[in-house]
Design a protein around this ligand. Structure first.
Ligand code: CA
Length: 513
């Protein structure tokens, strides 16, 4: 391939090198610019001379200021950049620029499982809610037995999933911030992919008692003869064997009901897609994330819901987000969530720059500002219609583009998006991660073709074709949209085929005891 560099915006004074393996010293770019040193793939080259203290621009915004004079044709790495301060949370444009992402899209459907509460599942799973980590070992045994002995009798049920976590006891459960892990667990139990069948395994003496986790009225009554919560309490059983017997007996009760369900044709407006990235590189903001952003607009135009998250990765784009808010109240909620997170980080004596990883930097991302500008494009161009605090669930009728505030940690973000009501997950990666969830299908999009080729049995879509000029962002966006509808209808992702499942990880900003 001839030397290829990618520049994102007319104001940019750097571009990134697209060629696999990077470009050696002395390479002559099509513009005539000669590289003064080797520039690795995904890393930045200065297009003009940049004075000390001047802004280094990518995506049309300053991602840093030159720490020394930078000649044209140099490798612009993180040591040459001073990071800008985070933008102030005062004086922001509030709901000044919400714009339509385009005409409504009609006629797109998928085959989903309709639930009594109006939501739609993309999978038909039996979930076993646990109140505390103490029960995890027993529940793991029970799940193995259910899978081996019961599931073959119920072919319309896709799988059984234990909602295992580290919370429930040994925690300051009355601390104000404990509301976050508790409502997260509650809302995950009610995820659309579990069909409204809630069964709980409790130890018996834990702080997070079943009725505290799922108080009366928090779950719909499925059967008038059994109005209460379905709970197995391990301390009430006569040993390990009877515990397993009891869990399997309750599981079979729910499996019978789940097995009676069938997929039916539903409009694409029933999609609730959580988007996030992990193991990002400099291509994330060039290929995969813009394709996801285009797809986000398609889903919103079809009447569906997209959750975007990862507070530290959108913090530097706060002015763009508040401007795109549909109403002033939504803009204020965005500011409230950012301020809460700033204070949370401050308590731990760090700031948003704690986000970036060694892999991000090796992949060409110099700092969190550059990472954030590439991350936020997953949200497309639609107005932001609502904001969810960590662990909150979509309210009936909340649709469109929703900012679900979460940490950027892949597992915590995925867990909180499940609580919000996500029935399908899109995950972009440049460095590569085998990430998967047991609770919802995860469609993985590679930012580079080299990764997509090497990990051909892990990546569901190759967005690297955009960098190589073989496809446009629009092409990939449509391809992803169609892939999501097929996946929602039951087509399995690579992670599902291999049963690659990461743990649920609760966000607990409150103390443990
Ligand atoms: Ca992430």
């Amino acid at each position: 391939m001839p030397p290829l560099t990618l520049r994102m915006h007319d104001h940019d004074n750097v571009a990134i090198v697209a060629n696999e393996g990077g470009l050696p010293t002395g390479t002559v770019l099509p513009s005539g610019l000669v590289l003064r040193e080797k520039v690795p793939q995904g890393h930045k080259v200065s297009l003009v001379a940049i004075a000390e203290g001047a802004a280094v621009c990518r995506y049309g915004v300053p991602i840093g200021f030159a720490a020394e004079p930078i000649a044209a044709g140099r490798w612009v790495h993180e040591r040459l950049l001073r990071m800008p301060e985070a933008g102030a949370l005062e004086g922001l444009p509030m709901a000044t620029a919400p714009k339509s992402p385009g005409a409504p899209l009609e006629g797109f459907t998928f085959e989903g499982f309709r639930n009594a509460d109006g939501s739609v599942g993309t999978r038909n799973l039996l979930a076993i809610t646990t109140t505390v980590q103490c029960v995890a070992g027993v529940v793991e045994h029970a799940v193995k037995r259910i899978r081996a002995e019961l599931l073959p009798k119920y072919p319309h049920v896709d799988d059984v999933v234990a909602l295992e976590h580290g919370y429930g006891c040994g925690v300051a459960i009355d601390a104000p911030d404990a509301v976050i892990p508790i409502r997260t667990l509650r809302h995950i139990s009610l995820n659309p992919n579990f069909g409204g069948e809630v069964m709980v395994v409790s130890l018996g003496c834990e702080k997070l008692a079943p009725t505290r986790l799922l108080p009366p009225g928090s779950i719909p009554v499925r059967d008038e003869r059994e109005p209460g919560l379905d709970v197995v309490v391990l301390q009430d059983e006569a040993g390990f064997g009877p515990m397993l017997e009891r869990i399997c007996e309750r599981a079979e009760h729910h499996l019978q009901r789940l097995d009676a369900r069938r997929r039916e044709t539903v409009p694409a407006s029933e999609l609730v897609v959580g988007v996030q990235c992990g193991g990002s590189d400099a291509f994330s903001g060039v290929t995969a994330n813009p394709a996801v952003g285009f797809c986000t607009d398609l889903i919103v135009r079809a009447g569906g819901t997209v959750l975007f998250s990862e507070t530290t990765e959108v913090r530097d784009a706060v002015a763009q987000l508040t401007a795109r808010a549909a109403t002033r109240e939504v803009a204020e909620a965005i500011v409230r969530e950012m301020a809460w997170y700033d204070a949370y980080l401050q308590r731990g004596r760090v700031d948003r720059s704690a986000n970036t990883t060694p892999g991000n930097k090796a992949g060409g991302l110099s700092n969190i500002v550059e990472k954030a500008m590439g991350s936020v494009v997953k949200s497309g161009s639609a107005p932001i219609s609502a904001v969810l605090a960590p662990g909150e669930k979509l309210k009936p009728g909340q649709k469109g583009l929703v900012y679900a505030a979460t940490p950027a940690s892949d597992f915590i973000c995925g867990t909180l998006q499940l609580a919000a009501g996500m029935n399908l997950h899109v995950f972009t990666t440049g460095r590569g991660t085998p990430y998967g969830l047991a609770e919802a299908p995860v469609v993985k999009v590679a930012t580079r073709s080299e990764l997509a080729r090497r990990w051909h049995d892990l990546m569901d879509l190759d967005a690297g074709r955009i960098a190589e000029g073989q496809a446009t962002v629009e092409d990939l966006g449509w391809e992803l949209f169609r892939l999501l509808l097929a996946t929602a209808s039951g087509q399995r992702t690579w992670a599902e085929k291999h049963r690659l499942h990461n743990a649920l990880v609760l966000f607990n900003p409150a103390p443990v005891t």
